[in-house]
Design a protein around this ligand. Structure first.
Ligand SMILES: Cc1cc2nc3c(=O)[nH]c(=O)nc-3n(C[C@H](O)[C@H](O)[C@H](O)COP(=O)(O)OP(=O)(O)OC[C@H]3O[C@@H](n4cnc5c(N)ncnc54)[C@H](O)[C@@H]3O)c2cc1C
Length: 357
């Protein structure tokens, strides 16, 4: 998996990882660096300007970046999701207009779909409305958390209620739409150079040419497997790196950790194989529960992996300098369960499916 990244990119990410986490380096160049290495094109059909391959190839790419920096990998995930929405939108004109700049990393794509994921699971109402006015849509609302909102140019996917009883739709909003306001970066405990902010939308008037999908409940299940599977790349890469760090620790007494490290590695391999099979045969579209279970399992494994890194590293991990990489991975691991759909939401959904069966 390490071989996916060109060596100069892997070295750059490794050198920047602490600064990206602490907010000490600018966020804007991160995605263009990843795009320059061709990472955004992986898993995108060649006919659309990609380099071909499968969604699993994109998962492995995100995992390779997550080995170095979860924040950079999450930016890639967010961007790659928007690209996936373009691949699957029936709006070919929008795709043709946005995709070249997205694939090249000149435009940052963001996925503001937390709200609609919760909405479809019956957890909260939609927080954005898009009321028809003549040929246009007038959009109002708030997206409290969105990553990859590059100051110089972003496009974000958001779900909106048309207010006329029709289905929710998925829209593309842009950084320079009048009425779209980005907050300052949120004061996060880590992953601070990730262009994570909130968006306030007040009377933004956009054309219907910005509709990614007119019927979100019907369209989203088709893109959900890629959305969730690419999320799985985040804990996969982070856990593998933590286990490598744990295994790399020498010293008396550490031999006792060899068996749990090997067991966790084997479990990660099993999960990656299950992901690959489910994506290849398309079973996650009709049976999402299997994918939910894999993501929950990865959330638990990532904590076990950083805990093994801590146990193997001992007190050194608690020192600011030598323990910096561990401390960052510890904070990065804390993000994994809250990524939408959060593990609480996924467990709730599984519970409901279990009761319905
Ligand atoms: C660094 C960072 C970056 C983010 N980037 C993005 C992004 O790019 N795009 C995006 O859309 N979102 C993003 N988010 C939002 C993230 O996905 C949210 O944290 C997530 O939606 C959980 O929402 P919450 O924290 O408001 O949870 P709360 O609403 O406070 O709920 C707490 C927990 O309970 C769960 N929960 C709440 N109500 C229910 C219920 N009725 N049934 C079952 N479970 C429930 C929640 O999912 C959560 O796990 C980001 C968050 C962070 C921290």
């Amino acid at each position: 998996m390490t071989g996916i990244l060109p060596p100069d990119l892997a070295a750059w990410l490794a050198a920047q990882a602490e600064g990206i986490d602490a907010g000490e380096v600018p966020a804007a160049p991160i995605l263009p660096r990843l795009a320059d290495a061709g990472l955004v094109r992986i898993g995108v059909p060649a006919a659309l300007g990609g380099s071909g391959g499968t969604v699993m190839d994109a998962v492995e790419t995100i995992a390779a970046v997550a080995r170095e920096s979860l924040a950079a990998a999450f930016m890639l995930w967010s961007h790659r999701c928007f690209v996936e929405f373009m691949v699957h939108t029936p709006n070919a004109a929008l795709r043709d207009r946005l995709l070249p700049n997205l694939l090249a990393g000149r435009l940052a794509g963001a996925s503001g779909l937390s709200n609609v994921m919760k909405f479809l699971a019956g957890l909260e109402p939609l927080q954005v409305t898009a009321r028809p006015k003549g040929d246009a849509l007038v959009v109002d609302g708030v997206l409290p958390w969105v990553t990859n909102l590059r100051q110089g140019g972003f496009v974000v996917a958001a779900a909106a209620d048309p207010g006329d009883g029709g289905p929710a739709m998925i829209l593309a909003l842009a950084h320079d739409d009048p009425g779209v306001f980005r907050s300052a970066d949120l004061a996060l405990m880590g992953m601070r150079s990730s262009d994570t902010a909130s968006l306030r939308i007040e009377g933004a008037r956009i054309g219907r040419d910005r509709v990614i999908a007119a019927d979100a409940p019907q369209w989203l299940p088709g893109v959900r497997p890629a959305f969730l599977a690419m999320q799985c790349g985040l804990p996969l890469g982070l856990a593998q790196r933590a286990l490598d760090e744990a295994a790399g620790e020498g010293g008396a007494g550490r031999a006792v950790l060899a068996a749990p490290i090997a067991a966790l590695r084997a479990r990660l391999d099993q999960i990656a194989a299950a992901l690959e099979t489910g994506l290849a045969i398309g079973s996650f579209v009709t049976r999402p529960a299997a994918l939910f279970e894999l993501r929950i399992a990865l959330s638990d494994i990532v904590f076990q992996a950083v805990s093994l890194e801590l146990q193997a590293g001992g007190g050194r991990c608690y020192l600011q300098g030598p323990g910096g990489g561990f401390a960052r991975r510890w904070r990065e691991a804390a993000f994994v369960p809250v990524i939408t759909p959060s593990t609480v939401q996924l467990r709730t959904a599984l519970d409901a499916l279990g009761r319905a069966a």
